[in-house]
Design a protein around this ligand. Structure first.
Ligand SMILES: [Zn+2]
Length: 339
């Protein structure tokens, strides 16, 4: 991720690059973003600039080994903390985290919960997590340069976790930077909040927003009609209608739209899953679609959402390759019908 890949916040990008250029990097920066508004992409672009070995006109090169490691989220001196469920530590979920950021760095909080499989549970940043950070900071940087701690949603830290971290924020060791991304600055422990430099990420323009959240696109209604058709056909064991729905998917006007449809279907399947788990309240189901979802949750087998999700994921990946669209989607329908 380079600054030039970031949407709609070039002034912030310039300010961040300026800090690095002048050697005045604050020890803690808190970015306020709207959910899905690009806090993590900006943090990654900043880190890439901070570590890059070949900076070019206010941006990282995107090619050197440091840029590469940051881009892949595998830099040994960059640590990521995010809320997880129960007594787990974020480090247990690095693979899911990398997958999520790779899929869409502009992800939303609910996307993280889905990726970690903790929908409906209370994600927290625990005191054990804070202690892990302190341990990591007690060692010198593996590569001898900056050590960075990225904390996504510091508002999910309880008092204990915040207290454990405080000393490091108050008396930071040299060449250490904390980068926090919050949706709710007013809920962050004051002790943490007051020790950060604050930056507000401007809300995305409508065009930028739809580019990174296609599920919110004007195609949504068409997509959801199509999804309803296939689900109803499966519920009623109506093979002819199921095949027709597959043909309609193959007839969507572009590969991009077919991909977006698969993504939107994934979102709908998560809603069915949540309803089946008795967690409808957090499924964000539009009022006028409630009957459809209730019906689907009651009639489809419990295993349906999970298995169907893997089929849609697979189809979404194959859309980009050179396969025949008709065969691809009739195969998808076949697989869904057989669950
Ligand atoms: Zn570089």
């Amino acid at each position: 991720m380079r600054f030039s890949d970031i949407r709609g916040c070039s002034a912030l990008a310039d300010a961040l690059a300026g800090m690095v250029d002048s050697g005045r990097v604050p020890h803690a920066i808190m970015f306020h973003e709207d959910d899905g508004g690009g806090g993590i992409p900006l943090v990654l672009a900043f880190l890439q600039y901070l570590y890059c070995q070949d900076r070019r006109r206010g941006d990282s090169c995107g090619e050197c080994p440091e840029c590469n490691k940051i881009g892949k989220l595998i830099h040994p001196d960059v640590h990521f903390i995010f809320p997880v469920a129960g007594k787990d530590l974020a480090s247990k979920y690095m693979e899911e985290w990398r997958g999520l950021v790779k899929e869409n760095p502009w992800f939303r909080e609910s996307d993280l919960d889905s990726a970690l499989g903790i929908e409906g549970k209370q994600g927290i940043i625990s005191v054990a997590e804070s202690r892990g950070i302190i341990d990591a900071l007690s060692l010198s940087a593996v590569q001898g340069g900056w050590r960075s701690i990225v904390i996504y949603l510091p508002e999910k830290m309880n008092q204990q976790a915040a207290n454990a971290l405080l000393k490091n924020l108050e008396e930071p060791s040299e060449s250490t930077v904390f980068l926090l991304v919050t949706h709710s600055p007013e809920s962050v422990m004051t002790t943490i909040y007051s020790r950060c430099l604050h930056m507000r990420i401007p809300p995305l323009s409508e065009e930028d927003f739809l580019a990174v959240h296609p599920e919110k696109s004007p195609d949504y209604n068409a997509f959801s009609d199509l999804f309803h058709d296939i689900v109803v056909a499966i519920e009623t064991r109506d093979l002819t209608s199921a095949i027709e729905a597959g043909e309609a998917m193959a007839a969507l006007p572009s590969r991009e739209k077919q991909k977006n449809f698969c993504r939107a279907a994934g979102e709908s399947l998560r809603r069915i899953f949540l309803l089946q788990q008795g967690l409808g309240s957090i499924a964000r189901i539009p009022e006028d679609e409630m009957d459809f979802y209730r019906d689907a949750a009651a009639k489809l087998p419990k295993k349906f959402p999970r298995i169907a999700l893997t089929h849609f994921d697979r189809a979404s990946k194959l859309v980009g390759s050179n396969v025949n669209q008709k065969i691809l989607f009739s195969d998808l329908v076949n697989r869904l019908y057989s669950i």
